[in-house]
Ligand binder design. Structure first.
Ligand code: HEC
Length: 155
């Protein structure tokens, strides 16, 4: 056998061995393929991201809506029996613009004057009218604040 053939034989053997080795190598899957099962996302209700609007009204101030109810309510106060919310007099003066006037009536400021008008109406007789307005001394401080808040809107 010539040197050339020997060489070819060796090369052929090596190729054959490599092929055999490659074929006999069994593929062992390390893991069973798992079907992908995505977990359904749960819809999360998010709280309104809008920041809460700051209160438009000072909490120490009265509530004009409540004050208006009090003003119009026949059973408790019946302000409407004697006062219009315009500038016409009924029995008492019309209360349009009362808050602007109130501070100039006496030495009291507007809030204090209105409170006095409710609790001690005879202490100052507006427009020289007779002292026939009943005293609303049963009103709580909140009632008074709410009424003042309402009267403020009459302008
Ligand atoms: C029986 C009628 C009568 C009733 C009811 C009455 N008032 Fe009067 N009010 C008057 C008269 C009369 C005056 C003016 C004389 C005086 O100042 O007391 C007056 C004055 C006032 C004044 C001062 C006005 C000014 O221009 O200075 C205010 C404020 C007022 N009343 C609010 C009220 C409110 C609020 C109510 C209901 C809770 C009410 N009144 C119920 C008759 C009434």
């Amino acid at each position: 056998m010539s040197g050339k053939y020997k060489y070819l034989l060796i090369v052929a053997s090596l190729v054959a061995l490599t092929v055999i080795a490659a074929c006999s190598e069994e593929q062992v899957p390390t893991q069973e393929p798992v079907e992908f099962q995505p977990t359904e996302a749960v819809a999360v209700e998010r709280p309104d991201s809008e920041p809460e609007a700051p209160p438009t009204q000072d909490v120490s101030a009265g509530d004009a809506t409540v004050g208006q109810e009090l003003f119009n309510s026949n059973s408790i106060s019946a302000c409407t029996a004697c006062h219009s919310t315009g500038d016409n007099k009924i029995v008492g003066p019309g209360l349009l613009g009362i808050y602007e006037r109130a501070g100039d009536r006496t030495s009291l400021d507007a809030d204090a004057y209105i409170e006095q008008s409710l609790r001690e109406p005879a202490a100052f007789l507006a427009d020289d009218l007779p002292a026939i307005m009943p005293s609303f001394d049963q009103f709580s401080d909140d009632d008074v604040k709410n009424l003042i808040a309402y009267l403020k809107t009459l302008k």
